[in-house]
Write a protein that binds this ligand. Structure first.
Ligand SMILES: Cc1cc2nc3c(=O)[nH]c(=O)nc-3n(C[C@H](O)[C@H](O)[C@H](O)COP(=O)(O)O)c2cc1C
Length: 135
């Protein structure tokens, strides 16, 4: 398992940021806030966790822009999401459609208000993906 992992996220009110930090700590990745829209050099990474809040059932605009502007071909993409009452909705499927040449793994989703209780679920998810034993 490679350790060249980027954890890229957008967060407006901090929930997805908190989750991104937990994932980053768990897998030993590099954290990248993509909210400002700056170009990110992805050459060094073969795995990119991509986090977004659920807005209107789908991926937020900054994350759409990030996925459209960067070539993720051949990379492993792992979606994660925080949400309100709607759940994951179309977030993971819409994200996968934006990176058609990537290997998109099983996503993780949790209510924004429950992020503080995420670590246990997060660990099970990462173990299932094979990223649990990295750090
Ligand atoms: C403009 C907007 C639209 C949203 N639409 C949805 C939605 O369709 N379904 C849902 O479950 N939550 C929705 N939410 C709730 C957010 O996904 C949730 O609060 C999330 O944890 C916010 O993440 P953040 O703190 O990282 O910005 C919406 C929030 C905002 C601000």
């Amino acid at each position: 398992m490679s350790k060249n992992i980027l954890v890229a996220y957008f967060s407006q009110t901090g929930n997805t940021k908190k989750l991104a930090n937990m994932i980053c700590d768990a897998v030993g990745g590099t954290l990248q806030d993509i909210g400002a829209g700056a170009a990110v050099d992805l050459d060094a990474y073969d795995t990119v966790f991509v986090g977004t809040p659920n807005w209107a059932g789908t991926v937020t605009e900054p994350v759409k822009k990030f996925l459209s502007a960067h070539d993720l071909s051949g990379k492993t993409v792992i979606p994660f999401c925080t949400h309100g009452m709607g759940g994951l909705q179309n977030v993971a499927s819409d994200m996968a459609a934006l990176c058609p040449n990537s290997k998109v793994l099983q996503s993780f989703a949790i209510k924004g208000v429950e992020v503080d209780s995420a670590p246990e679920k997060l660990r099970a998810w990462l173990d299932g993906l094979g990223y649990g034993a990295l750090v």
